[in-house]
Each structure stands twice: as structure tokens, then as C-alpha cells.
Design a protein around this ligand. Structure first.
Ligand SMILES: [Zn+2]
Length: 261
């Protein structure tokens, strides 16, 4: 009888563990999504979470560098638990002042997905800064659409231009091919993905926590201002603990500020 109970418990535990393993599937190659790195929250009213404090950012990059992870550009994506992909959306000017020096200090690579129309506009990277960063060999540039519109809501010909233009404009500045895109707001449908495939082999969205097996739909994990450093460590080394914390918060009805975007 006792043995039967123990066996039953063992089977139950095994079942629970398998379900949890599937549910909390590890991210083989974590792809991180940042926006702005600045002391002042750049979008203080609407989206304070999108600005990481420079000190916190340096701590994160130092952690990646010192723990032997290999950083890849967005168009070098390869599934390996030792690989990490660091990306920035939009192309804010603070990426030049607060990100670029840190990447050089720790010899870490990152990709900036630039809103092509905003090059040289106030608060965004200039062509000169883009060129300098690209020539360092530590920063690559990808497309984030021409004007940051939701590509799923515009006519086909306009969507095609939105997808193609950044590739052309960025190549003119850096002299390098542009082979990766991150969709504005992470929005894409099958039609957009198909059109984008004409220009980009690597397509990134914002939705997180998937084991990325399809290059036409690579998921990224957002890094936000109110996340703790231990959350970040968990995201880097496998996401189970982080996911569990998030799940428990949800069950308890506690707010998860960075999930509200
Ligand atoms: Zn964006």
C-alpha cells in the first residue's frame, strides 16, 4: 500500500514537472529588446518603463560579458544556450551616448532597429552617429519600418515601401547589407511576413518567451526600468524562475508594470 502511494506521488510529481517544463520552456537564445537608456525616463508620462537607467544597463552588459556569453548581431541568429542577442528599437540618440561606450568597454555586440524616417530628427540618431557605430564592428543596424506605422493596417504597396526603404537608406549610410527587421509594435501577419521575407531573413517581434525556431518570427524579451537585476539574471540564464514569479504575481492579481505595454 505504502509503495503504491509513493509510486502514485512519484507519477504525479513527474507529471506536474513535465507540464511545468513545457509551460516554462527555456529560451535557448535569449533575444533582449531595449529602447532608451537614460536616467530621465524618456517617455516619462506614457512609457517610463522603456528607459533603462545607464547604471543598470552597464551592470547588465557587464554580467553578460563576464559570464562568458557570446553576443551576436540580429542577422547572425543561431540557437545556442551560450548566445545572446541584444537589440534596441527605434534608434534613440541616447543609444549613442549611453549604450555605445558600454558596448565598447565590454566588447559586446548589439543591433539597433532604426526608424528610418527619424534619422537625424531631434532625439534620434544622426547618419554620422550611425556610421561611426557601424564602423566600430560592435553595432549593426536593422530596419524598424520607415515611419513606425502598424504594417498590418496599411495598403500592400505602402507596406512594401515601409519594409524596403529602411534597408536602402541604412545601406547608403553604413555601406552594409541590412538583413534583419523588428516590426513596429511587434505587429505582423502572414502577408507582412511574406513581403518582409523578400528583404529580410531575420524577422523580430516583441512577444517574448518562445524557443525561437523560426527566423521569420523571432521572439524578444523586453528589458524594462522596474525589473530587478535578479530578474535580468534569470532572463539571461533561462527564464523559469522569472516566469514563475510572473505567473504567481498574475494569480495574486498583482501588477506587472512592464507587461502593460
Ligand atoms: Zn518601436
Amino acid at each position: 500500500m505504502k509503495i503504491k502511494i509513493i509510486a502514485a506521488i512519484a507519477v504525479l510529481l513527474l507529471f506536474v514537472f513535465s507540464v511545468l517544463t513545457v509551460f516554462f520552456e527555456d529560451t535557448v537564445t535569449p533575444c533582449f529588446m531595449y529602447h532608451s537608456v537614460s536616467d530621465e525616463a524618456l517617455f516619462d508620462k506614457a512609457y517610463p518603463e522603456l528607459s533603462i537607467k545607464p547604471g543598470e544597463f552597464e551592470k547588465q552588459i557587464k554580467y553578460i560579458a563576464e559570464n562568458g556569453y557570446k553576443t551576436l548581431f540580429a542577422d547572425e541568429f543561431e540557437r545556442d544556450e551560450n548566445n545572446i542577442i541584444i537589440t534596441f528599437d527605434d534608434g534613440y540618440e541616447d543609444n549613442y551616448y549611453n549604450v555605445f561606450p558600454v558596448l565598447k568597454k565590454y566588447n559586446v555586440k548589439a543591433t539597433i532597429f532604426m526608424i528610418a524616417e527619424n534619422i537625424g530628427n531631434e532625439g534620434f540618431l544622426t547618419a554620422k552617429q550611425i556610421k561611426e557605430m557601424s564602423e566600430s564592428g560592435l553595432v549593426s543596424f536593422g530596419s524598424h519600418g520607415y515611419s513606425h506605422v502598424d504594417l498590418t493596417k496599411i495598403p500592400d504597396t505602402q507596406a512594401d515601401a515601409e519594409l524596403f526603404m529602411p534597408k536602402k537608406i541604412l545601406k547608403e549610410i553604413t555601406g552594409k547589407e541590412v538583413n534583419a527587421i523588428s516590426y513596429p509594435y511587434g505587429f505582423a501577419n502572414e502577408k507582412i511576413r511574406k513581403t518582409a521575407s523578400k528583404y529580410y531573413d531575420y524577422q523580430y517581434t516583441t512577444a517574448s518567451f518562445k524557443d525561437n525556431k523560426k527566423l521569420s518570427n523571432i521572439h524578444r524579451i523586453g528589458v524594462y526600468r522596474s525589473q530587478s537585476f535578479s530578474d535580468f539574471e534569470n532572463l539571461v540564464s533561462g527564464r523559469r524562475v522569472y516566469m514563475l514569479k510572473r505567473y504567481i504575481k498574475k494569480i495574486l492579481g498583482k501588477p506587472i508594470p512592464w507587461e502593460e505595454y
